[in-house]
Design a protein around this ligand. Structure first.
Ligand code: ADP
Ligand code: MG
Length: 698
């Protein structure tokens, strides 16, 4: 019997497969590229391509594709078969080095934010050898970066790779100061907890809002929501478990280390968490995870919702981005460790992260900004839109002690002098949990909880990596001039100084309260509740300087990304408004009218009998239905009149109109419709309600 561990990675052209199939010299050269970021030797590409093709064909592949991640946030693929006609009329199977290294998709239809005029449609995809190729649906998928004819990044992978490289360079400078010349590579590691909802597919298909917008635009709350907390970690129902089992099995074949599965807070909500790995591979794996979730749900008569807020009134779905810094095959740099010298190193890296999060709060907020996530942030188990960091009691006291030059008393018996050489050791479980914090230090990593469930992991990690790299660069510049003999004292002084300057970002209390909003304002922290509030900070000179100086984005690339995000915000709301109008006029109002007609019929019939039968209930309901349907129709007309003509305004103006005028009007439409849902017979309501959607999968 095949045990499941044997199928793990069976569809991946992994290091293990490469070692078996490539000549030793070729393998070593490729390995140098993979592990040390050495430039790829063009000559070996032909050998890799040949081995990859043979392996793929043996595993049933007929086609190959450059698999890339455009600015839509999802993945793209265009399949080419391996078949090349031979002169004798037969076919040979071909896959050249060129086909492996470079692709030239017609890129005119991908979002570029104006970087590439439609007439210059050429784009390039370039092989990313740091992420393994894999086979999906008989297609060999080669992870690639996607850029324009003139080399501007048009995707999510390119900036992530750039940010990992700059973080590596700056972290190595710091480690060198600590005498760690032996360390050759530092990697950002990421483990992404993926939340999702599962609903019955037949029900899903009856809801245009779910199909077009990924979220419900209407729906009265059922009598029971999540208030009993009985779903979180509850027993997994058979249909859901069958889905989870198949998902795990498929992901394992693709080398995605799915590890944890459980029910989440809202009814019908679940979570999958993989083992962490390097940021780039984690991002690719997460894209595959989302794709597989959708695909396997379909196979099982289900639909997987990855929207950040599919249902009003219950928890939304996030993608908690657990982030740390690791030495290749070695230590976690954010592990507090045991001996004092290591602690200074830990404290320096920790300070750098706090400093980076404080100074680049705006960029972190932007990295999670979308129309969908705006509904989630600040509500129901989601962090508020104000960035802060939770450190837990012990580390908070350490920070306090450092900032105030006072003695640190470790909880328990150990008392330590607070000299630079005797910085206290911390235990791993020094952090409690805080569900309201946007970013929590959880023992040896930071959990950034703001990203929405359907976002690419790229944006948040590009900002984290680059901002931390920038702070490490400044620290290294300063400490390199201190001289080896003064290094510890200088580093200790720097840690104290920067903690004092940036401790305002540390907040361990309840982030949901109004007191925190007021307190955050007092501390000068940014509160950017909506996407159009946040996006303009992209273009702030400090942020352009950050990205340009680390070679992540040029100014043109940043402007392009700003443009794409604004446009996506406006387009999302445009589609939602139109979907709402369609559902109101073609489904809800006609349903209410036919329900009202039945009430009226019943009324007339009773009266005709002339028996003096009571009719109050029908009369009241009919009256309220008529009033509310007028309200609803008027709100829909108002909504229609508010939708801006996007060809006549900039994307910023359109976004503001959607946020300030269209969204409130959509709320009014929804309120009237949801009230009507409460009046009408369930059998008359034109689409499945929240009870059916949230409690329909057993
Ligand atoms: P939680 O208790 O927050 O729900 P989970 O076990 O669901 O925790 O998820 C924690 C995630 O953090 C996992 O994906 C795990 O692999 C990841 N993780 C653990 N250590 C690190 C690290 N050093 N760097 C990045 N991610 C990590
Ligand atoms: Mg979890």
């Amino acid at each position: 019997m095949e045990i499941f561990s044997e199928s793990y990675g069976s569809l991946v052209f992994s290091d293990h497969v490469m070692k078996q199939r490539l000549p030793e010299a070729v393998y070593k050269s490729l390995h140098a590229t993979l592990r040390r970021g050495a430039p790829l030797d063009a000559e070996i590409a032909a050998e890799v391509a040949a081995a990859m093709k043979d392996w793929a064909i043996e595993h049933g592949a007929t086609h190959y594709t450059h698999w890339f991640q455009p600015l839509t946030g999802s993945t793209s693929e265009k399949h080419d078969s391996f078949i090349e006609p031979a002169k004798d009329g037969r076919a040979i199977l071909e896959f050249s080095a060129k086909a492996l290294i470079r692709g030239e998709p017609d890129a005119s239809s991908f979002p570029s934010g104006g970087l590439r005029a439609t007439c210059e449609a050429r784009g390039y995809t370039a092989w990313d050898p740091t992420s393994y190729a894999f086979i999906k649906d008989e297609v060999l998928c080669i992870p690639t970066a996607f850029c324009s004819y003139s080399g501007e990044a048009l995707d999510k992978k390119t900036p992530l790779l750039r940010s990992m490289a700059t973080l590596n360079r700056q972290a190595l400078r710091i480690l060198k100061l600590f005498g760690r010349d032996d360390i050759k590579q530092v990697q950002a590691t990421v483990g992404a907890e993926q939340e999702y909802f599962l609903v019955d597919r037949a029900l899903y298909e009856q809801r245009k809002d779910l199909a077009f917008c990924g979220r419900t635009l209407f729906g009265a709350m059922p009598p029971k929501g999540q208030e009993m907390d009985d779903h979180y970690f509850g027993v997994i129902k058979p249909r859901v478990l069958a889905f989870m089992k198949e998902l795990d099995a498929e992901l394992w074949k693709l080398g995605v280390p799915a590890k944890t599965r459980h029910n989440e807070g809202a009814p019908a909500q679940h979570e999958l968490a993989p083992l962490f790995t390097t940021a780039n591979i984690a991002m690719d794996a997460n894209q595959l995870t989302m794709e597989m979730m959708k695909k396997i749900a379909h196979r099982q008569g289900l639909e997987c919702l990855l929207h950040e807020k599919p249902f009003k009134g219950v928890n939304g779905s996030g993608k908690h981005n657990n982030w740390s810094l690791s030495v290749y095959k070695g230590d976690n740099l954010l592990n507090p460790g045991k001996n004092p010298h290591e602690n200074l190193q830990f404290l320096l890296f920790l300070t750098a992260v706090l400093h980076a999060v404080d100074e680049y709060q705006d960029l972190l907020r932007i990295s999670v900004a979308s129309a969908g996530n705006d509904h989630r942030l600040g509500a129901h188990e989601a962090p508020p839109a104000i960035i802060s960091v939770f450190m837990g009691d012990e580390l908070s006291s350490v920070i306090d002690a450092l900032c105030t030059d006072s003695e640190y008393h470790r909880p328990g018996k150990i008392k330590l002098e607070l000299g630079v050489d005797t910085l206290p050791p911390f235990s791993k479980d020094n952090t409690d949990r805080n569900r309201t914090s946007p970013m929590a230090f959880t023992g040896n990593k930071f959990e950034f909880r703001m990203p929405g469930a359907n976002m690419s992991l790229s944006d948040a990690n590009v900002v984290l990596n680059t901002a931390v790299a920038e702070i490490l660069r400044r620290y290294a510049d300063e400490l390199e001039t201190a001289g080896a003999e003064n290094f510890s004292a200088a580093a200790g002084a720097l840690v104290r100084r920067e903690l004092r300057a940036h401790r305002r970002i540390v907040f361990d209390g309840n982030g949901y309260t109004d007191e925190w909003k007021a307190e955050a304002a007092r501390r000068g922290l940014l509160d950017l509740p909506s996407t159009p509030d946040a996006l303009p900070y992209y273009l702030h000179p400090k942020n352009i300087a950050l990205f340009e100086s680390h070679g992540i984005f040029t100014k043109a690339e940043i402007s392009a990304r700003y443009e794409v995000c604004m446009e996506q915000y406006a387009k999302t709301l445009h589609i939602e408004a139109l979907t709402m109008l369609d559902m109101v006029r073609k489904q809800i109002l006609p349903a209410v009218w036919s329900f009202s007609a039945k009430l009226a019929e019943s009324l007339t019939a009773k009266r005709r009998l002339n028996l003096g039968l009571a009719t109050r209930a029908e009369e009241d309901t009919l009256r309220r239905c008529c009033q509310l349907s007028d309200t609803l129709a008027a709100a829909a007309d108002a909504l229609e009149s508010l939708i801006p003509d996007s060809s006549a305004c900039t994307s910023e103006n359109a976004a503001l109109i959607y946020r300030d005028k269209v969204l409130p009007c959509m709320d009014a439409v929804r309120e009237a419709a949801d009230a009507l849902e409460g009046l009408c017979a369930e059998s008359d309501w034109p689409f499945p309600n929240y009870t059916q959607l949230l409690f329909g999968v057993n």
